[in-house]
Write a protein of this length. Structure first.
Lengths: 122, 275
């Protein structure tokens, strides 16, 4: 696959990350401004579980996870591949990045889904 | 001679047949206004170090042979005046990022290998016959030529690769010279070869590996701006990838040779008035 596709995507996700990271900050760090809620309250387990049941929050965090992971891992791959590695090892860097990215993404999706479908049992 | 000054030249010497590692030697030279580093090297060779080796030819910044690392900057020895360096001690080393053959002679093989990889020539997909057996010339307006004009001034001296910090860490990076030539030909309205160059240019060690340090553009002795060319190349690749700005496949606009001769005759100079 041409490098243009990978490179363009890593640039194109930047505005998405900015928007989604803005949403994350609004939710988690600027709750007093946007939700009239103290930061401590916004970070409480019960509040997070409550918030995690929202479809909007679910979508925001999955997208942020995907975009952030891709952007970050593409950059890390660039740094590693710039080292004078033998061709086989360079290939393994690519494979390793994909495996690592997919694993972390799966874990993130699991946690987000766990929160989304959490049942207090009452 | 008025204005003469004694300058110490610290030169990195290396003879692969005698030395296990490079070492430095100093030579005091009386220099004068206008004297170039190349002239100083000739003087050192004539008077103090007959075995000193370097590569040079034209002495006028055209052939690109005498690139060396003068006071930690890649420069052409024939274009660099000693007194303009404003230093009492001048260090001279072979160009970095290249294997060292002997003394100040770099092995420019990596430069030419990378240059070859980008197919630096006009490629026509629609008119093989004309490419193989030219019968005329492909037409180009001055405006069309202006689109890539400055990038044609490259003399393949290799200073840009020596200056590039990315080449220093990633020897596989195509580097500013080759990428500039890839753009130079891909931007040429007579060329259809952009897709033939993708294997080398649109790869990890291609255009996107440039970190935009800009050192290549500072180093270029001919005023070419390779850093700019690489950005233009990236733009071309991205727009092309998304289907924008695709170069129209041109039908060969071949001017028959007879017409070329006729046009030349029309613009022939007036007859001589002095015998």
């Amino acid at each position: 696959m041409r490098e243009t596709r990978f490179w363009s995507l890593h640039i194109l996700v930047v505005p998405l990350i900015l928007i989604l990271l803005g949403a994350h900050f609004a939710i988690m760090h600027y709750a007093p401004i946007f939700y009239a809620m103290s930061v401590e309250k916004a970070r409480e387990f019960a509040t997070m579980i409550e918030r995690g049941k929202s479809v909007g929050q679910f979508v925001i965090y999955i997208l942020l996870l995907a975009a952030g992971l891709y952007h970050g891992l593409y950059g890390t791959r660039g740094i590693l591949r710039e080292l004078p590695l033998p061709a086989t090892l360079a290939k393994w860097v690519d494979v390793g990045m994909v495996i690592f990215g997919v694993t972390i993404f799966a874990l993130g999706v699991y946690v987000t889904w766990w929160t989304f479908s959490f049942d207090w049992g009452g | 001679m008025p204005g003469e000054k004694i300058i110490t030249f610290r030169i990195r010497r290396f003879d692969p047949e005698a030395d296990s590692a490079p070492h430095w030697e100093s030579y005091a030279v009386s220099v004068f206004e206008g004297m170039t580093v190349l002239e100083a090297l000739h003087k050192i060779k004539a008077e103090q170090a007959p075995t000193l080796a370097w590569r040079s030819s034209c002495r006028m910044g055209v052939c690109g042979s005498c690139g060396m690392f003068v006071n930690q900057l890649p420069q052409l020895a024939c274009q660099t005046q000693v007194l303009h360096l404003k230093a009492d001690v001048i260090s001279i080393e072979p160009l970095p990022n290249y294997p060292n053959v002997k003394d100040l002679v770099p092995d420019l093989q990596p430069l030419f290998e990378k240059h070859t990889q980008v197919k630096p020539f006009i490629i026509r997909l629609d008119d093989i016959q004309e490419m193989e057996h030219p019968a005329g010339e492909f037409l180009q307006t001055p405006e069309e030529r202006e689109a890539f004009s400055q990038f044609t001034y490259c003399i393949k001296c290799g200073l840009c690769l020596a200056a590039c910090p990315t080449v220093a860490t990633d020897p596989h990076f195509l580097g500013p010279q080759a990428l500039t030539q890839a753009y130079r030909y891909s931007a040429d309205n007579r060329d259809d070869g952009v897709y033939n160059r993708l294997d080398s240019v649109d790869a990890f060690h291609g255009a996107y590996q440039c970190h935009m340090a800009g050192a290549c553009s500072h180093a270029c002795p001919k005023g070419v701006d390779p850093a700019f060319a690489i950005q233009l190349l990236k733009r071309t690749l991205v727009l092309d990838h998304f289907g924008f700005g695709k170069k129209e496949a041109q039908t060969a606009a071949v001017l028959p040779l007879a017409d070329v001769v006729k046009a030349l005759e029309e613009f022939a100079p007036p007859p001589r008035t002095v015998k």
